[in-house]
Design a protein around this ligand. Structure first.
Ligand code: SF4
Length: 442
Protein backbone atom coordinates (compact mmCIF):
# COMPACT_ATOMS: atom_id res chain seq x y z
CA UNK A 1 0.00 0.00 0.00
CA UNK A 2 1.29 3.49 -0.86
CA UNK A 3 1.61 6.87 0.86
CA UNK A 4 -0.53 9.46 -0.88
CA UNK A 5 -0.32 13.21 -0.33
CA UNK A 6 -2.99 15.75 -1.31
CA UNK A 7 -2.85 19.46 -2.07
CA UNK A 8 -6.21 21.17 -2.65
CA UNK A 9 -6.43 24.61 -4.22
CA UNK A 10 -9.30 26.96 -5.06
CA UNK A 11 -12.82 27.01 -3.68
CA UNK A 12 -14.62 25.10 -0.94
CA UNK A 13 -16.34 22.92 -3.55
CA UNK A 14 -12.94 21.78 -4.81
CA UNK A 15 -11.93 21.12 -1.21
CA UNK A 16 -14.90 18.78 -0.76
CA UNK A 17 -13.93 16.96 -3.99
CA UNK A 18 -10.45 16.49 -2.54
CA UNK A 19 -11.85 15.21 0.77
CA UNK A 20 -13.84 12.63 -1.15
CA UNK A 21 -10.77 11.50 -3.13
CA UNK A 22 -8.83 11.17 0.14
CA UNK A 23 -11.59 8.96 1.54
CA UNK A 24 -11.63 6.71 -1.55
CA UNK A 25 -7.84 6.34 -1.39
CA UNK A 26 -7.92 5.47 2.31
CA UNK A 27 -10.78 2.99 1.78
CA UNK A 28 -8.60 1.29 -0.85
CA UNK A 29 -6.00 0.69 1.85
CA UNK A 30 -3.49 3.41 1.00
CA UNK A 31 -2.19 5.88 3.60
CA UNK A 32 -3.33 9.48 3.26
CA UNK A 33 -0.49 11.71 4.48
CA UNK A 34 -0.71 15.24 5.83
CA UNK A 35 2.70 16.20 4.41
CA UNK A 36 3.62 15.59 0.75
CA UNK A 37 7.33 14.96 1.30
CA UNK A 38 7.89 11.21 1.46
CA UNK A 39 4.78 10.35 -0.55
CA UNK A 40 4.71 7.84 -3.40
CA UNK A 41 2.07 9.93 -5.18
CA UNK A 42 1.02 13.55 -4.65
CA UNK A 43 -2.41 14.57 -5.92
CA UNK A 44 -2.68 18.29 -6.70
CA UNK A 45 -6.37 19.20 -6.93
CA UNK A 46 -6.23 22.39 -8.90
CA UNK A 47 -8.33 25.46 -9.60
CA UNK A 48 -8.18 27.04 -13.03
CA UNK A 49 -10.95 29.55 -13.51
CA UNK A 50 -8.94 32.79 -13.62
CA UNK A 51 -5.31 33.76 -14.26
CA UNK A 52 -4.29 34.11 -10.61
CA UNK A 53 -5.73 30.67 -9.80
CA UNK A 54 -3.94 29.12 -12.77
CA UNK A 55 -0.64 30.69 -11.66
CA UNK A 56 -1.11 29.32 -8.13
CA UNK A 57 -1.78 25.81 -9.52
CA UNK A 58 1.31 25.88 -11.75
CA UNK A 59 3.42 27.12 -8.83
CA UNK A 60 2.18 24.27 -6.69
CA UNK A 61 3.00 21.72 -9.42
CA UNK A 62 6.51 23.15 -9.86
CA UNK A 63 7.17 23.20 -6.09
CA UNK A 64 6.09 19.56 -5.85
CA UNK A 65 8.23 18.76 -8.90
CA UNK A 66 11.23 20.24 -7.05
CA UNK A 67 10.59 17.75 -4.23
CA UNK A 68 10.34 15.01 -6.85
CA UNK A 69 13.75 16.01 -8.25
CA UNK A 70 15.13 15.62 -4.71
CA UNK A 71 13.62 12.12 -4.56
CA UNK A 72 11.16 13.20 -1.82
CA UNK A 73 8.05 12.63 -3.97
CA UNK A 74 7.36 9.73 -6.34
CA UNK A 75 4.65 10.68 -8.83
CA UNK A 76 2.54 13.79 -9.45
CA UNK A 77 -1.16 13.47 -10.36
CA UNK A 78 -3.00 16.67 -11.30
CA UNK A 79 -6.79 16.80 -10.87
CA UNK A 80 -9.45 19.52 -10.84
CA UNK A 81 -10.26 22.50 -13.04
CA UNK A 82 -6.77 23.25 -14.43
CA UNK A 83 -6.40 19.66 -15.70
CA UNK A 84 -9.95 19.72 -17.13
CA UNK A 85 -9.22 22.97 -18.92
CA UNK A 86 -5.69 22.26 -20.23
CA UNK A 87 -5.80 18.51 -20.83
CA UNK A 88 -3.30 18.36 -23.70
CA UNK A 89 -1.09 21.27 -22.65
CA UNK A 90 -0.34 19.97 -19.14
CA UNK A 91 1.09 16.62 -20.23
CA UNK A 92 2.87 18.20 -23.22
CA UNK A 93 4.32 21.25 -21.48
CA UNK A 94 4.82 19.91 -17.94
CA UNK A 95 6.91 16.72 -18.06
CA UNK A 96 7.00 16.85 -14.24
CA UNK A 97 3.37 15.70 -14.25
CA UNK A 98 2.87 11.92 -14.44
CA UNK A 99 -0.91 11.84 -14.73
CA UNK A 100 -4.05 13.96 -15.03
CA UNK A 101 -7.69 13.45 -14.11
CA UNK A 102 -10.56 15.63 -15.27
CA UNK A 103 -13.44 16.93 -13.14
CA UNK A 104 -15.61 14.10 -14.47
CA UNK A 105 -13.23 11.43 -13.20
CA UNK A 106 -12.82 11.96 -9.45
CA UNK A 107 -14.21 8.44 -8.94
CA UNK A 108 -11.20 7.05 -10.86
CA UNK A 109 -8.67 8.34 -8.30
CA UNK A 110 -7.71 4.90 -6.92
CA UNK A 111 -7.08 3.13 -10.27
CA UNK A 112 -5.29 6.28 -11.47
CA UNK A 113 -2.90 6.18 -8.49
CA UNK A 114 -2.36 2.44 -8.82
CA UNK A 115 -1.61 2.78 -12.53
CA UNK A 116 0.92 5.52 -11.81
CA UNK A 117 2.60 3.24 -9.28
CA UNK A 118 2.83 0.66 -12.08
CA UNK A 119 4.66 3.30 -14.18
CA UNK A 120 1.63 3.73 -16.49
CA UNK A 121 0.78 7.28 -17.64
CA UNK A 122 -2.71 8.32 -16.59
CA UNK A 123 -4.96 10.69 -18.55
CA UNK A 124 -8.65 10.25 -17.74
CA UNK A 125 -11.45 12.61 -18.71
CA UNK A 126 -14.95 11.35 -18.01
CA UNK A 127 -18.09 13.35 -18.85
CA UNK A 128 -18.28 16.60 -16.87
CA UNK A 129 -22.05 16.06 -16.65
CA UNK A 130 -21.63 12.86 -14.64
CA UNK A 131 -24.00 12.79 -11.62
CA UNK A 132 -22.16 13.28 -8.31
CA UNK A 133 -21.01 9.89 -6.96
CA UNK A 134 -21.82 9.58 -3.26
CA UNK A 135 -18.94 8.64 -1.00
CA UNK A 136 -17.42 9.48 2.37
CA UNK A 137 -14.99 12.30 3.15
CA UNK A 138 -11.89 12.92 5.17
CA UNK A 139 -12.46 16.42 6.53
CA UNK A 140 -9.65 18.91 5.98
CA UNK A 141 -11.34 21.74 7.86
CA UNK A 142 -11.06 22.01 11.68
CA UNK A 143 -13.45 19.44 13.21
CA UNK A 144 -16.04 22.01 14.27
CA UNK A 145 -16.96 23.31 10.80
CA UNK A 146 -17.39 21.68 7.41
CA UNK A 147 -18.64 22.47 3.91
CA UNK A 148 -21.69 20.68 2.53
CA UNK A 149 -21.58 20.57 -1.27
CA UNK A 150 -25.18 20.16 -2.43
CA UNK A 151 -24.75 20.31 -6.20
CA UNK A 152 -22.20 20.41 -9.00
CA UNK A 153 -21.96 22.41 -12.22
CA UNK A 154 -23.81 25.53 -13.32
CA UNK A 155 -26.40 26.50 -15.96
CA UNK A 156 -26.22 30.28 -15.49
CA UNK A 157 -23.61 30.76 -18.18
CA UNK A 158 -22.37 34.20 -17.07
CA UNK A 159 -20.45 35.54 -20.07
CA UNK A 160 -17.10 35.93 -18.20
CA UNK A 161 -17.17 32.52 -16.51
CA UNK A 162 -15.40 29.35 -17.59
CA UNK A 163 -16.84 27.17 -14.79
CA UNK A 164 -19.79 25.66 -16.70
CA UNK A 165 -17.26 24.44 -19.31
CA UNK A 166 -15.19 22.77 -16.58
CA UNK A 167 -17.88 21.56 -14.19
CA UNK A 168 -20.78 20.76 -16.52
CA UNK A 169 -24.51 21.32 -16.26
CA UNK A 170 -26.22 21.85 -12.89
CA UNK A 171 -26.69 18.60 -10.96
CA UNK A 172 -28.31 18.64 -7.53
CA UNK A 173 -27.45 15.78 -5.18
CA UNK A 174 -30.52 13.83 -4.02
CA UNK A 175 -31.96 15.40 -0.86
CA UNK A 176 -31.67 12.16 1.14
CA UNK A 177 -27.97 11.85 0.26
CA UNK A 178 -27.29 15.43 1.30
CA UNK A 179 -29.15 14.94 4.60
CA UNK A 180 -27.39 11.62 5.25
CA UNK A 181 -24.01 13.34 4.82
CA UNK A 182 -25.11 16.22 7.02
CA UNK A 183 -26.07 13.79 9.82
CA UNK A 184 -22.68 12.12 9.52
CA UNK A 185 -21.01 15.52 9.84
CA UNK A 186 -23.13 16.43 12.87
CA UNK A 187 -22.33 13.06 14.49
CA UNK A 188 -18.62 13.72 13.89
CA UNK A 189 -18.84 16.93 15.90
CA UNK A 190 -19.39 19.60 13.23
CA UNK A 191 -21.08 22.64 14.78
CA UNK A 192 -21.02 25.02 11.80
CA UNK A 193 -22.28 23.72 8.47
CA UNK A 194 -21.51 25.80 5.38
CA UNK A 195 -23.77 25.06 2.41
CA UNK A 196 -21.97 25.45 -0.95
CA UNK A 197 -22.40 24.85 -4.67
CA UNK A 198 -21.71 27.00 -7.73
CA UNK A 199 -25.27 28.27 -7.18
CA UNK A 200 -26.97 26.99 -3.99
CA UNK A 201 -30.25 28.80 -4.73
CA UNK A 202 -30.87 26.65 -7.78
CA UNK A 203 -30.84 23.47 -5.67
CA UNK A 204 -33.53 21.01 -6.77
CA UNK A 205 -34.58 22.88 -9.92
CA UNK A 206 -33.06 20.12 -12.07
CA UNK A 207 -35.29 17.52 -10.41
CA UNK A 208 -38.73 16.67 -11.87
CA UNK A 209 -41.10 19.52 -11.00
CA UNK A 210 -38.17 21.98 -11.02
CA UNK A 211 -38.99 23.30 -7.53
CA UNK A 212 -36.41 25.32 -5.60
CA UNK A 213 -35.59 22.97 -2.75
CA UNK A 214 -33.02 25.04 -0.82
CA UNK A 215 -35.66 26.30 1.69
CA UNK A 216 -36.81 22.72 2.37
CA UNK A 217 -33.23 21.48 2.63
CA UNK A 218 -32.38 24.23 5.13
CA UNK A 219 -35.46 23.42 7.22
CA UNK A 220 -34.44 19.77 7.39
CA UNK A 221 -30.81 20.63 8.15
CA UNK A 222 -32.05 22.71 11.10
CA UNK A 223 -33.75 19.58 12.49
CA UNK A 224 -30.42 17.74 12.76
CA UNK A 225 -29.05 17.83 16.34
CA UNK A 226 -25.51 19.06 16.70
CA UNK A 227 -25.42 21.98 14.26
CA UNK A 228 -25.40 25.36 15.97
CA UNK A 229 -24.77 27.48 12.89
CA UNK A 230 -25.86 26.81 9.29
CA UNK A 231 -24.42 29.23 6.74
CA UNK A 232 -25.39 29.64 3.06
CA UNK A 233 -22.96 30.72 0.33
CA UNK A 234 -23.24 31.38 -3.42
CA UNK A 235 -26.90 32.43 -3.69
CA UNK A 236 -27.91 33.83 -7.08
CA UNK A 237 -29.80 37.14 -6.68
CA UNK A 238 -32.96 36.42 -8.64
CA UNK A 239 -33.37 32.95 -7.17
CA UNK A 240 -34.06 34.40 -3.71
CA UNK A 241 -37.79 33.99 -3.08
CA UNK A 242 -40.02 34.67 -0.07
CA UNK A 243 -39.84 31.05 1.06
CA UNK A 244 -36.04 31.22 1.31
CA UNK A 245 -36.18 34.58 3.10
CA UNK A 246 -38.75 33.23 5.58
CA UNK A 247 -36.64 30.17 6.40
CA UNK A 248 -33.49 32.23 6.96
CA UNK A 249 -35.41 34.78 9.05
CA UNK A 250 -37.28 32.22 11.18
CA UNK A 251 -34.74 29.45 11.83
CA UNK A 252 -32.36 30.38 14.70
CA UNK A 253 -29.65 27.96 13.51
CA UNK A 254 -29.38 29.67 10.12
CA UNK A 255 -26.93 32.53 10.59
CA UNK A 256 -28.14 35.92 9.39
CA UNK A 257 -25.41 36.04 6.79
CA UNK A 258 -25.88 35.66 3.05
CA UNK A 259 -23.28 35.44 0.30
CA UNK A 260 -24.84 36.84 -2.90
CA UNK A 261 -22.26 37.36 -5.67
CA UNK A 262 -23.54 40.24 -7.88
CA UNK A 263 -20.35 41.01 -9.80
CA UNK A 264 -21.62 44.46 -10.87
CA UNK A 265 -24.68 46.75 -10.59
CA UNK A 266 -24.79 48.48 -13.97
CA UNK A 267 -27.82 47.15 -15.85
CA UNK A 268 -26.17 47.16 -19.30
CA UNK A 269 -23.06 45.38 -18.04
CA UNK A 270 -25.17 42.79 -16.20
CA UNK A 271 -27.18 42.20 -19.39
CA UNK A 272 -24.01 41.91 -21.48
CA UNK A 273 -22.60 39.43 -18.94
CA UNK A 274 -25.80 37.35 -19.27
CA UNK A 275 -26.59 37.98 -15.61
CA UNK A 276 -30.25 38.18 -14.64
CA UNK A 277 -31.52 41.22 -12.72
CA UNK A 278 -30.52 44.88 -13.00
CA UNK A 279 -29.60 47.70 -10.58
CA UNK A 280 -33.18 48.42 -9.55
CA UNK A 281 -33.72 44.71 -8.90
CA UNK A 282 -30.60 44.47 -6.72
CA UNK A 283 -31.54 47.57 -4.72
CA UNK A 284 -35.05 46.23 -4.11
CA UNK A 285 -33.68 42.81 -3.17
CA UNK A 286 -31.17 44.15 -0.62
CA UNK A 287 -33.80 46.48 0.89
CA UNK A 288 -36.23 43.58 1.24
CA UNK A 289 -33.62 41.25 2.75
CA UNK A 290 -32.51 43.84 5.31
CA UNK A 291 -36.14 44.58 6.22
CA UNK A 292 -37.14 40.91 6.54
CA UNK A 293 -33.96 39.60 8.23
CA UNK A 294 -32.82 41.90 11.10
CA UNK A 295 -29.05 41.89 11.69
CA UNK A 296 -28.39 40.47 8.22
CA UNK A 297 -24.78 40.62 7.05
CA UNK A 298 -24.36 40.60 3.27
CA UNK A 299 -21.31 39.32 1.44
CA UNK A 300 -20.77 39.72 -2.29
CA UNK A 301 -18.12 39.55 -4.98
CA UNK A 302 -17.45 42.25 -7.55
CA UNK A 303 -15.59 42.09 -10.87
CA UNK A 304 -14.06 45.36 -12.04
CA UNK A 305 -13.04 46.10 -15.64
CA UNK A 306 -15.77 43.99 -17.22
CA UNK A 307 -16.56 44.63 -20.90
CA UNK A 308 -18.61 47.84 -21.14
CA UNK A 309 -17.26 49.34 -17.89
CA UNK A 310 -16.19 52.92 -18.64
CA UNK A 311 -15.53 55.65 -16.07
CA UNK A 312 -19.28 56.34 -15.71
CA UNK A 313 -20.21 52.70 -15.13
CA UNK A 314 -17.41 52.31 -12.58
CA UNK A 315 -18.49 55.51 -10.81
CA UNK A 316 -21.99 54.05 -10.68
CA UNK A 317 -20.64 50.87 -9.09
CA UNK A 318 -18.80 52.87 -6.43
CA UNK A 319 -21.91 54.93 -5.71
CA UNK A 320 -24.00 51.75 -5.46
CA UNK A 321 -21.55 50.16 -2.98
CA UNK A 322 -21.44 53.33 -0.85
CA UNK A 323 -25.25 53.35 -0.76
CA UNK A 324 -25.82 49.64 -0.15
CA UNK A 325 -23.06 49.29 2.46
CA UNK A 326 -22.65 45.55 1.94
CA UNK A 327 -20.69 44.40 4.99
CA UNK A 328 -18.40 42.02 3.15
CA UNK A 329 -17.15 42.11 -0.45
CA UNK A 330 -14.29 40.63 -2.49
CA UNK A 331 -13.22 42.60 -5.58
CA UNK A 332 -11.50 40.92 -8.52
CA UNK A 333 -10.14 42.51 -11.72
CA UNK A 334 -11.71 41.02 -14.83
CA UNK A 335 -9.71 38.06 -16.16
CA UNK A 336 -10.56 37.47 -19.85
CA UNK A 337 -10.75 33.68 -20.01
CA UNK A 338 -10.30 32.15 -23.44
CA UNK A 339 -13.39 30.18 -24.39
CA UNK A 340 -15.81 32.60 -22.70
CA UNK A 341 -17.99 35.09 -24.64
CA UNK A 342 -16.67 38.03 -22.57
CA UNK A 343 -13.07 37.37 -23.63
CA UNK A 344 -14.11 38.18 -27.21
CA UNK A 345 -15.58 41.55 -26.19
CA UNK A 346 -13.81 44.87 -25.77
CA UNK A 347 -12.74 45.53 -22.18
CA UNK A 348 -10.56 48.01 -20.19
CA UNK A 349 -6.83 47.47 -19.70
CA UNK A 350 -5.80 45.03 -16.98
CA UNK A 351 -4.10 47.91 -15.12
CA UNK A 352 -7.39 49.85 -15.13
CA UNK A 353 -9.29 46.80 -13.90
CA UNK A 354 -6.70 46.27 -11.14
CA UNK A 355 -6.81 49.93 -10.04
CA UNK A 356 -10.60 49.78 -9.91
CA UNK A 357 -10.53 46.59 -7.83
CA UNK A 358 -8.26 48.36 -5.34
CA UNK A 359 -10.68 51.31 -5.31
CA UNK A 360 -13.55 48.95 -4.45
CA UNK A 361 -11.43 47.37 -1.70
CA UNK A 362 -10.86 50.86 -0.25
CA UNK A 363 -14.59 51.63 -0.26
CA UNK A 364 -15.35 48.29 1.33
CA UNK A 365 -12.69 48.51 4.02
CA UNK A 366 -14.23 51.82 5.08
CA UNK A 367 -17.65 50.16 5.31
CA UNK A 368 -16.19 47.22 7.23
CA UNK A 369 -14.44 49.59 9.63
CA UNK A 370 -17.75 51.33 10.39
CA UNK A 371 -19.36 47.93 10.88
CA UNK A 372 -16.58 46.93 13.26
CA UNK A 373 -16.72 50.23 15.18
CA UNK A 374 -20.43 49.67 15.77
CA UNK A 375 -19.55 46.34 17.41
CA UNK A 376 -17.46 47.90 20.19
CA UNK A 377 -19.14 47.49 23.57
CA UNK A 378 -21.40 44.74 22.27
CA UNK A 379 -21.39 41.17 23.64
CA UNK A 380 -21.52 38.62 20.83
CA UNK A 381 -21.43 34.84 20.44
CA UNK A 382 -18.10 33.66 19.04
CA UNK A 383 -17.11 30.25 17.69
CA UNK A 384 -13.55 29.54 18.85
CA UNK A 385 -11.44 28.43 15.87
CA UNK A 386 -8.08 28.07 17.58
CA UNK A 387 -5.08 29.53 19.44
CA UNK A 388 -2.35 31.59 17.78
CA UNK A 389 0.99 30.85 19.43
CA UNK A 390 2.63 33.91 17.93
CA UNK A 391 -0.12 36.27 19.13
CA UNK A 392 -0.61 34.25 22.33
CA UNK A 393 -4.34 34.61 21.85
CA UNK A 394 -7.40 32.56 21.00
CA UNK A 395 -9.29 33.58 17.90
CA UNK A 396 -12.72 32.86 16.51
CA UNK A 397 -15.59 34.22 14.45
CA UNK A 398 -19.01 35.75 14.94
CA UNK A 399 -22.00 34.77 12.79
CA UNK A 400 -20.93 37.62 10.49
CA UNK A 401 -17.64 35.95 9.60
CA UNK A 402 -17.35 32.99 7.26
CA UNK A 403 -14.12 30.97 7.57
CA UNK A 404 -11.23 31.74 5.28
CA UNK A 405 -12.93 34.78 3.66
CA UNK A 406 -13.96 37.13 6.49
CA UNK A 407 -12.36 38.57 9.64
CA UNK A 408 -11.57 37.18 13.06
CA UNK A 409 -12.24 37.99 16.71
CA UNK A 410 -9.13 37.91 18.90
CA UNK A 411 -10.16 36.67 22.35
CA UNK A 412 -8.49 37.46 25.66
CA UNK A 413 -9.20 34.55 28.00
CA UNK A 414 -8.02 33.88 31.56
CA UNK A 415 -8.93 30.21 31.36
CA UNK A 416 -8.19 27.86 28.44
CA UNK A 417 -11.08 27.65 25.94
CA UNK A 418 -11.63 24.70 23.65
CA UNK A 419 -11.57 24.88 19.87
CA UNK A 420 -15.09 24.49 18.50
CA UNK A 421 -16.76 25.93 21.60
CA UNK A 422 -19.11 28.92 21.56
CA UNK A 423 -18.29 31.70 24.01
CA UNK A 424 -19.73 35.14 24.72
CA UNK A 425 -17.23 37.91 23.99
CA UNK A 426 -17.45 41.59 24.87
CA UNK A 427 -15.94 43.48 21.93
CA UNK A 428 -13.49 46.15 23.09
CA UNK A 429 -11.34 46.92 20.07
CA UNK A 430 -10.39 46.63 16.40
CA UNK A 431 -7.08 45.12 15.30
CA UNK A 432 -6.08 45.43 11.59
CA UNK A 433 -9.66 44.95 10.41
CA UNK A 434 -10.31 42.20 13.00
CA UNK A 435 -12.23 42.58 16.25
CA UNK A 436 -10.85 41.96 19.73
CA UNK A 437 -12.54 41.30 23.04
CA UNK A 438 -12.68 39.29 26.23
CA UNK A 439 -14.83 36.42 27.44
CA UNK A 440 -17.84 37.25 29.61
CA UNK A 441 -20.30 34.95 31.34
CA UNK A 442 -23.51 34.17 29.42
S1 SF4 B 1 -23.23 31.58 -11.48
FE1 SF4 B 1 -22.09 32.49 -13.17
S2 SF4 B 1 -20.14 33.02 -12.20
FE2 SF4 B 1 -21.09 31.51 -10.88
S3 SF4 B 1 -20.30 29.52 -11.55
FE3 SF4 B 1 -22.24 29.92 -12.62
S4 SF4 B 1 -21.64 30.80 -14.58
FE4 SF4 B 1 -19.90 30.99 -13.17
Amino acid sequence: MAKIGFISLGCAKNQVDCERMMYRVQEAGHTVCAAVAGCDVVVINTCGFIDSAKAEAIDSILQTAALKDQGLVGKILVTGCLSQRYQEEILKEMPEVDGILGTGSYTEIVPAIENLLKETTVSEFGSIDTPEQETGRILTTPEHYAYLKIAEGCDNRCAYCIIPYLRGKYRSRPLDNVLYEARMLADSGVKELIVVAQDTSRYGTDFPGHKRLLPELLRQLCRIDGFHWIRVHYVYPDEIDDELIDVIASEPKIVKYLDIPIQHCNSDILKRMNRRGDRAFLEALFAKLRQRIPGLVLRTSIITGLPGEGEAEFAELCEFLREQRLERAGAFPFSPEEGTPAAKMEYPDASVAQARAEMVETIQSGIMEDHNSAMIGKTVEVLVDGYDEEYGQYFGRTYADSPEVDGKVWIAAEEPVSEGSFVMVRIDGILDGDLSGYIVEE
